[in-house]
Design a protein around this ligand. Structure first.
Ligand code: PNS
Length: 159
């Protein structure tokens, strides 16, 4: 059984993430989405909220599971019994950063490979940070996230 993890902050999950999740879930038998419990980044949503949103938006994909993790991504992959780590690439700037992390991870654990999926061009400009910024200034985020996530972002920003 080919198992992969898709790690990230997902603060919040965007349509770009969902595109990567759908494509990765068709490449692997089992895909575990790993939501990083990264207090240092002071996320808008708690890790529990991010996991909940991811579960909601992936509920129709049968071979996808959502978990949170802290610590090293490669340790999480090993705990999950996965030997592949999926990351989406939007632009060359992503590539420089991602290549460095992938190489570092391979030194830490040579048994785990990183698989890059190039983002659907439709979502090449999209990031969780821009979604939060547009929403914070009252802009329309319906092109960037699902209606469920849109509602969660608005609820959170109102508080
Ligand atoms: O969605 P993001 O914030 O770009 O995801 C980044 C993530 C979670 C993949 C990366 O920060 C990560 O792997 N963090 C866990 C700590 C770790 O393994 N560090 C070693 C590589 S820098």
């Amino acid at each position: 059984m080919k198992r992969a993890i898709y790690p990230g902050s997902f603060d919040p999950v965007t349509l770009g993430h969902i595109d990567v999740i759908k494509r990765a879930s068709s490449l692997f038998d089992w895909l575990i989405i790993g939501v990083l419990n990264n207090r240092a980044k002071s996320p808008l949503f708690s890790v529990e909220e991010r996991v909940k949103m991811l579960k909601e938006v992936t509920k129709d994909i049968p071979n996808v599971e959502v978990k949170s993790f802290g610590g090293l991504t490669v340790d999480f992959a090993r705990e999950c019994g996965a030997n592949a780590l999926v990351r989406g690439l939007r632009a060359i700037t992503d590539f420089e950063y991602e290549l460095q992390i992938a190489q570092l991870n391979r030194v830490i654990d040579p048994n785990i490979d990183t698989v890059f999926l190039t983002t659907n061009l439709k979502y090449a400009y999209l990031s969780s940070s821009s979604v939060k910024e547009v929403a914070a200034y009252g802009g329309d985020i319906s092109h960037f996230v699902t209606p469920y996530v849109e509602n969660e972002v608005h609820k959170k920003l109102k508080r």
